[in-house]
Design a protein around this ligand. Structure first.
Ligand code: AHR
Length: 512
């Protein structure tokens, strides 16, 4: 057995099936930072069946649709209040030529999707289809521009096409293609993974390209672009350092990608068939995003103490082996309670760094990696991760409430500890407090006591997400195996709120 999975032992007591306890001290009086709603953002790439079969089936499909958008998927996403959607990639973005995706759909040229299984892309989902979807969802589009194989002119014209209301060549072309009024596009990514699939560049070279490309991406009329530089992967702190030095305030944001993945070569492990050692390894890898984010932030603080440049974790989530008998280039994976737990603890972490972390995008929205939704022909299931996003919605744009968590941990063989309880708290109005709590413990119930000074709440609304086991998932035959339920095991005693959480469960709790 791989040695990193080998050793698993409880630090504070034996690993037995019993109840354990944790204390959380909340400081609502220090709620000074807003949690940007964009932390709950999403990502859609031309990859596998994310777009085709996932978001889009075309108006002539037998699958119920609204002007070509899958009805069931659209309605499920609408219920999430998604704040932003990134498109068209990922790696795909740096081979995408937007002019191929406008005009009559049957006249659009085809291309080979070289990054993702060599699939033929017919460009039937292009700029209009994407931006109209964002309008229907009520979310901000986040366009990822092509630096790797594109040109400055191509990117500049795309911005003009989307956002200019004047009598300009690109605005007129858009009008000819059926859209009179410009769309609002705020978020613009200048390349993606420019150190890898986006051109294999060095940070010094990319910095200069960023400066050049972004110069010609104009603010038309009252549209104001928020320009995002292609940032580092994981532990590449040098990339962030060089970009901060060379680009600085010319960018509004810099991205970061962090996947919960075992490695890039060989098996990444099954999405559903895993044991408790795999589970705890995954949890420590997911929690490992916190020191990574902190270190990138500390580099940014050195060059930008006023925090004018945002950190955007615009790709994150789990990455497993693809499901058997699916195209390995399509990254279609199942999604269990383990994925839900990764989402829960990661979002709890992001909420903490709201001063600098202004947006994050889980990868990806439908049918790819840690998705919200899986589809198979006319069938659709909501994943456990979907339910986490649904349960966490109240944190969007709320004020972050700092907390201290005192709980047991387990240690795995590389000396990393996995705390059993992860918490996030926020408030929107003084008379309401919102908590999200994950009991990471695979075996034990945890009684979590919240100490809240001047507590005057007497009522609550609460939901729980739990499965039979950490391996539970929703399949097309059994779509409701993991679903949120109303939760009642909560007691309000004096200045304490006590939540009795079953093993491997996630709770949202609104106190009022
Ligand atoms: O999300 C899948 C891929 O992962 C993206 O296309 C790329 O940016 C990253 O490497």
């Amino acid at each position: 057995m791989k040695n990193y999975l080998l050793l698993l032992f409880i630090i504070n007591s034996c690993f037995c099936f019993s109840q354990r306890s944790a204390t959380v001290i909340l400081h609502p009086e220090n709620a000074n930072t807003q949690i940007s709603k964009h932390i709950y953002g999403h990502f859609s790439e031309h990859l596998g069946s994310c777009i085709y079969g996932g978001l889009w089936v075309g108006p002539n499909s037998e699958i119920p649709n609204i002007n070509g958008y899958r009805k069931d998927v659209f309605e499920a996403l609408k219920a999430l209040n998604i704040p932003n959607l990134r498109w068209p990639g990922g790696c795909f973005a740096d081979e995408y030529h937007w002019m191929d995706g406008i005009g009559p759909q049957n006249k659009r040229p085809k291309m080979v999707n070289n990054n993702w299984g060599g699939t033929i892309e017919d460009n039937s989902f292009g700029t209009h289809e994407f931006l109209n979807l964002c309008e229907m969802l009520g979310c901000e589009p986040y366009i990822s521009g092509n630096v790797g194989s594109g040109s400055v002119e191509e990117m500049a014209k795309w911005v003009e096409y989307m956002t200019s209301d004047g009598d300009s060549p690109m605005a007129n072309l858009r009008r000819k293609n059926g859209r009179d009024k410009a769309w609002k596009v705020k978020f613009l990514g200048v390349g993606n993974e420019s150190w890898g699939c986006g051109g294999n560049m060095r940070p010094e070279y990319y910095s200069d390209l960023y400066r050049r490309y972004s110069t010609y991406c104009r603010n038309y009329d009252d549209n104001r672009l928020f320009k995002i530089a292609s940032g580092a992967s994981d532990y590449d702190f040098k990339w962030t350092e060089v970009l901060m030095q060379n680009i600085g305030n010319r960018m509004n944001g810099i991205s970061l990608h962090y996947y919960t993945v075992k490695g890039w070569n060989g098996s990444k492990g099954s999405a559903t068939n895993f044991d408790k050692n795999d589970y705890y390894w995954t949890m420590q890898k997911a929690l490992g995003i916190e020191p990574v984010v902190k270190r990138h932030i500390s580099i940014m603080d050195k060059y930008d103490p006023d925090k004018r440049v945002a950190l955007l974790v615009d790709e994150w989530g789990t990455w497993w082996d693809t499901e058997p008998e699916t195209n390995p280039g399509h990254l279609f994976q199942q999604n269990t309670m383990r994925d839900a737990m990764v989402a829960a603890v990661t979002l709890n972490i992001f909420n903490k760094y709201g001063e600098r972390v202004k947006m994050t995008n889980i990868a990806q929205i439908v049918n790819v990696l840690q998705s919200m939704i899986l589809t198979n022909k006319d069938k659709m299931v909501l994943t456990p991760t979907y339910h986490v996003f649904e349960m966490y919605k109240n944190h969007m744009d709320a004020m972050f409430v700092p907390s201290e968590v005192i709980c047991d941990s387990i240690q795995i063989d590389n000396n990393e500890k996995v705390p059993m309880i992860s918490v996030s708290a926020s408030k929107k109005e003084d008379n309401k407090l919102f908590l999200t709590i994950a009991n990471v413990n695979a075996d034990n119930t945890e009684e979590v006591s919240f100490e809240i000074p001047n507590l005057n709440f007497r009522k609550f609304n609460s939901y729980i997400l739990k499965g039979e086991s950490i391996n539970s998932y929703n399949s097309f035959d059994n779509p409701n195996s993991v679903n949120k339920e109303i939760f009642k095991d909560i007691k309000i005693k004096g200045e304490k709120v006590v939540v009795k959480m079953p093993s491997h469960s996630i709770v949202s709790l609104e106190l009022y």
